[in-house]
Design a protein around this ligand. Structure first.
Ligand code: APR
Length: 169
């Protein structure tokens, strides 16, 4: 089941929260900064052992001081206008996060709107890609949460989710 809600992802009591990280995995701003602040310094120390993460791939770490048991860090694409494979990389970021979650027995998972902040991916296009991947994995997880940081983002996801429902007929 997919739930769309306005939430600070660092507060969610789920098996795993997904972090919109950068290739270093060593923290940054946005949701990355919030997750590292809430997880504590051990997250960065642990991630230093991972040797980075290519765009579109995902890595898993303990949640440390977060309520979530795990952090799945994935790296979304920077938006460069849409002709540099951004859509495929964003889809890979969602799908690889789901795959690493399945490999670790994770049943409840929360995602931020990957790449739509600093990386400037257009929100509606990103939401369509995110929901497409989530629908594909929906029956493999107990709960998939889209943790939106603003009401505006909630509206975008809800609108596109309705498009998917209509298309399903
Ligand atoms: N909970 C949920 N969502 C959040 C939170 C939070 N606490 N903080 C920010 N967001 C939302 C943003 O509003 C945006 O919708 O997460 C989404 C992703 O935005 P960014 O965090 O800017 O991530 P992204 O666009 O993928 O850029 C990644 O930013 O912080 C750096 O190190 C990071 O270099 C990387 C880049």
């Amino acid at each position: 089941m997919i739930k769309i809600l306005k939430a600070d992802i660092t507060t969610l009591q789920v098996d795993a929260i997904v972090n919109a990280a950068n290739n270093s995995l060593l923290g940054g701003g946005g949701v990355d900064g919030a997750i590292h602040r809430a997880a504590g310094p051990q997250l960065r120390q642990y991630n230093q052992t991972l040797g980075g993460c290519p765009t579109g791939e995902a890595r898993i770490s303990p949640g440390f001081e977060l309520p979530a048991r795990y952090v799945i860090s994935t790296v979304g694409p920077v938006w460069h206008g849409g002709n540099q494979g951004e859509a495929g990389l964003l889809e890979n970021a969602y799908r690889n996060s789901f795959r690493i979650a399945q490999d670790n027995g994770i049943e409840t998972i929360a995602f931020p709107a990957i790449s739509t902040g600093v990386y400037a991916y257009p929100k509606e296009q990103a939401a369509r890609i995110a929901l497409g991947a989530m629908k594909d994995f929906e029956n493999k997880f107990e709960q998939i949460i889209v943790a939106c940081h603003s009401e505006g983002d909630v509206e975008i996801y809800r609108k596109i989710s309705k498009e998917f429902e209509r298309a399903k007929g």
